[in-house]
Ligand binder design. Structure first.
Ligand SMILES: Nc1nc2c(ncn2[C@@H]2O[C@H](COP(=O)(O)OP(=O)(O)OP(=O)(O)O)[C@@H](O)[C@H]2O)c(=O)[nH]1
Length: 375
């Protein structure tokens, strides 16, 4: 039986943009543009992180927009329940915003997120998927396509693709990247960007999500139970509603938890695409107080120089001794950048937090050497 919404309901459906893209591709950069630009729209933003300690939320610009954070090791396991609940709660406050943006974690397959907007009756009545927007790191995407399936899924699934970081590649490399992306997904609109600079009308409110095409890629897309699995006891997660000024995070989930065998999850049946060993990617969260910059910078340079190939992503908010400002550091493989963000607030604990997401990282060694940078 078709349950297509009536015309009135369709008109009232709130457009949802799903932002996808591998770790470090530029999703937050794009989101910050959306949050900063004067477009007269009010967005509710749902952010899902891989890793811990709410760093992504801290990297967003201050804005009036409301940010809902979901902290799950693996979006595919928990997104259904969490996302449905979040969207249902948003619907209770209809009229408070015009559109929803969901930023997915960099290692997620976007399919389960997109499916949520078709599977749940209440969600479907209230919201409609407008477009899946993928941000691609032109410098690293070819490598990612070699070693992960998620990167390919994200491209295959997208309606709009931003080929970002064009400043980091030559014209020949860019042409090669574009050809590769076109081969995976000839249907998506492609844009070349630097720091995701793009007219937002090219990204938002596109009406671009093409169910027929997705069904040709994944015939079971609309089947109930496809990708569905229950979270087990080890998969405890919570999600928080963050006002922009609300700075403390209570994350009592295990920071290093990535869905494992005890999760009770069934990852490999039902056409769920993970590359053979998704669990080799893990996150390491480190905390310290004030750091000595003369210790920290040589250390991080050394870590990224030697471990760079295994570091898919690093991000941190740091307190340097005697420095009144928060320092934000970010990296993808060997490319690291950092800058002051803003003053530490009086009520804020000066705490340094650093997250690495990567393969074969030695937690104890990183922890000890990081702690040795304490002021
Ligand atoms: N050189 C260069 N750097 C960029 C560009 N776009 C983003 N970056 C940098 O790349 C890093 C990652 O960008 P983010 O926007 O945080 O990436 P993300 O996809 O949100 O990352 P995750 O949330 O960890 O998956 C940051 O240091 C950005 O400043 C670009 O076009 N050129």
């Amino acid at each position: 039986m078709t349950t297509a919404p009536t015309e009135g309901a369709a008109a009232a459906q709130i457009p949802v943009t799903v932002l996808t893209g591998y770790l470090g591709a530029g999703k937050t950069t794009l989101l910050n543009r959306i949050l900063s630009e004067n477009h007269g729209q009010r967005y509710a933003v749902i952010v899902n992180e891989f890793g811990e300690i709410g760093i992504d939320n801290d990297l967003l610009v201050e804005s009036d927009e409301e940010i809902f954070e979901m902290n799950n090791g693996c979006i595919c396991c928990t997104v259904r329940g969490d996302l449905i609940r979040t969207v249902q709660n948003l619907m209770k406050r209809r009229g408070a915003f015009d559109a929803i943006i969901v930023e997915t974690t960099g290692v997620a397959d976007p399919a389960p997120v997109a499916q949520t907007f078709f599977m749940d009756e209440d969600v479907r009545a209230a919201a409609k998927l407008d477009a899946v927007v993928a941000v691609v790191d032109a410098r690293h995407v070819l490598q990612r396509l070699e070693d992960t399936e998620e990167a390919e899924d994200q491209i295959a699934f997208a309606d709009v693709i931003l080929i970002n970081k064009t400043d980091l590649v030559s014209a020949e490399e860019l042409a090669e990247v574009e050809a590769r992306i076109r081969a995976i997904n000839p249907y998506a609109l492609r844009h070349r960007t630097e720091r995701c600079a793009i007219d937002l009308a090219s990204v938002l409110d596109r009406g671009a999500f093409d169910l027929d095409r997705i069904l040709s890629l994944d015939p079971q897309f609309l089947d109930n139970g496809h990708h569905a699995h229950e979270c087990g006891p080890d998969c405890d997660h919570e999600h928080h509603h963050h006002g922009r000024e609300h700075e403390h995070h209570h994350h009592d989930h295990d920071p290093d938890h990535v869905c494992g065998p005890d999760c009770g999850h069934d990852h490999h049946d039902q056409g769920h695409h993970h590359h053979e060993n998704p669990h080799s990617v893990r996150s390491i969260s480190l905390k310290a107080g004030d750091l000595d910059p003369d210790m920290f910078f040589p250390w991080i340079n050394q870590v990224t120089q030697f471990k760079g190939p295994n570091i898919l992503r690093l991000k941190g908010i740091l307190a340097f001794k005697g420095d009144p400002q928060r320092y934000v550091i970010q990296g993808v493989h060997m490319i690291v950048e950092g800058d002051h963000q803003r003053d530490w607030k009086a009520e804020e604990a000066r705490e340094s937090r650093l997250v690495f997401i990567g393969r074969d990282l030695d937690f104890d060694q990183l922890k000890q050497s990081f702690e040795a940078c304490a002021a």
